[in-house]
Design a protein. Structure first.
Length: 101
């Protein structure tokens, strides 16, 4: 169970699966192009918090299998890709507003 805010009570494997599901939902919502600036900020904050929790777990000193370490790294990459996707979606929205107006 990841240390931290205590809202999620999942094993590390299920926590990584939860994060990847959240990222997929954020990408789908962003792809629609109707997110407000506040919603984008909420997504960015969520990505940062999840990444911080994963890093704390990875550096906690708990013994982990190589598969679990790889899973954590893969989930961190998913978070980075999600953030990049959200940035691109925000830039597209901004460009569309500029050209449509």
């Amino acid at each position: 169970m990841p240390p931290g805010d205590g809202t999620e009570r999942l094993c590390i494997l299920h926590f990584t699966l939860f994060i990847e599901q959240e990222c997929a939902e954020m990408r789908r919502e962003s792809a629609l192009g109707k997110n407000t600036h506040e919603r984008q900020n909420e997504f960015m904050q969520k990505i940062s918090l999840r990444g911080e929790m994963l890093v704390r777990v990875a550096t906690s000193g708990f013994p982990m299998s190589d598969e679990l370490k790889a899973r954590i790294l893969s989930t961190l990459l998913t978070l980075m890709n999600c953030r990049e996707n959200l940035d691109r979606a925000a830039m597209r929205q901004s460009a569309l507003r500029r050209f449509a107006g």
